[in-house]
Design a protein around this ligand. Structure first.
Ligand SMILES: [Zn+2]
Ligand SMILES: [Zn+2]
Length: 259
């Protein structure tokens, strides 16, 4: 991927491989801008994220790598932050980084993308689950705390699909994303999951394109070998819809790169 802003490190406790191994794979795949955005610390669900006391090490390790590889690739520093009311922390929101990805991994405290809790999909009306998810995405956009929307339609991960029209359910959230001047990532992690397609779906991406919402690209790698996987698929999907440029951020300032 020419630009790849969403990648993890072992500090989050569910990714493997060293920072330099991720970077080696990115260089091999001709990535020009490679960003780390590991799961930011939070006082909720601490098992799947770094600790507050790890932030300094994480930032230093990424910045050291940025310097070391500056002639080969531009390394960027970010966090993937959970939008979860009452649990977002100023230390993360005000961190000195290039960008923040805002992600919704919890609906009413339920970690819906965690296979441990998959049973909950059967306990509630599926349309209500989806609508609640998109309503939370909308709130996240309205908070104006973040630069990039993480995996827009993550709620489809296990392929529990709604009966209602997804584009209609997502319309208000997409308008809020446009209004907040946020960027959508084309995230390939969905290809590795039961749903077997990118986040967002081609249909939602088309809708975003019509609203004038920009994009960026994301491996969402939790292992070095996942860096740039499915690159051809997402580039084609973006081009077919009409996109010709994607976003990078430095110090929370956006710039567009042709692809
Ligand atoms: Zn993760
Ligand atoms: Zn995520």
């Amino acid at each position: 991927m020419i630009v790849d802003l969403h990648n993890h490190t072992p500090l989050c406790n569910h990714a493997v491989g060293e920072i330099e191994e991720y970077i080696a794979q990115a260089i091999k795949s001709d990535t020009k801008y490679f960003g780390f955005s590991d799961h930011a610390p939070m006082d909720f669900d601490p098992k799947y994220r770094m600790k507050f006391s790890d932030m300094k090490k994480y930032e230093e390790d990424v910045l050291n790598a940025k310097e070391k590889y500056k002639n080969k690739i531009e390394i960027l520093l970010g966090y993937e932050v959970d939008y979860l009311k009452g649990h977002m922390d100023e230390r993360v929101l005000n961190a000195d980084v290039d960008y923040l990805i805002g992600s919704v991994h919890f609906v009413d405290g339920w970690g819906f993308d965690n296979p441990e809790f998959i049973g909950k999909y059967k306990e509630q009306d599926i349309d209500e689950i989806w609508q609640k998810y998109f309503d939370t995405i909308e709130e996240m956009a309205n908070s104006k705390l973040f630069d990039i929307v993480g995996h827009l339609d993550l709620i489809k991960v296990f392929k529990f699909m709604p009966n209602k029209n997804i584009n209609e359910m997502a319309e208000s959230a997409l308008k809020a994303i446009k209004n907040a001047d946020m960027v959508l990532e084309l995230n390939v992690a969905g290809y590795r999951k039961p749903i077997g397609e990118a986040y967002p779906s081609p249909s939602l991406l088309k809708q975003a394109y019509k609203l004038g919402i920009p994009i960026t690209f994301a491996s969402d790698a939790h292992k070095p070998e996942q860096v740039s996987m499915f690159n051809d698929e997402v580039i084609k999907m973006a081009r077919d819809i009409g996109y010709t440029e994607c976003a990078v951020y430095r110090n929370r300032v956006r710039e567009f790169i042709k692809f």
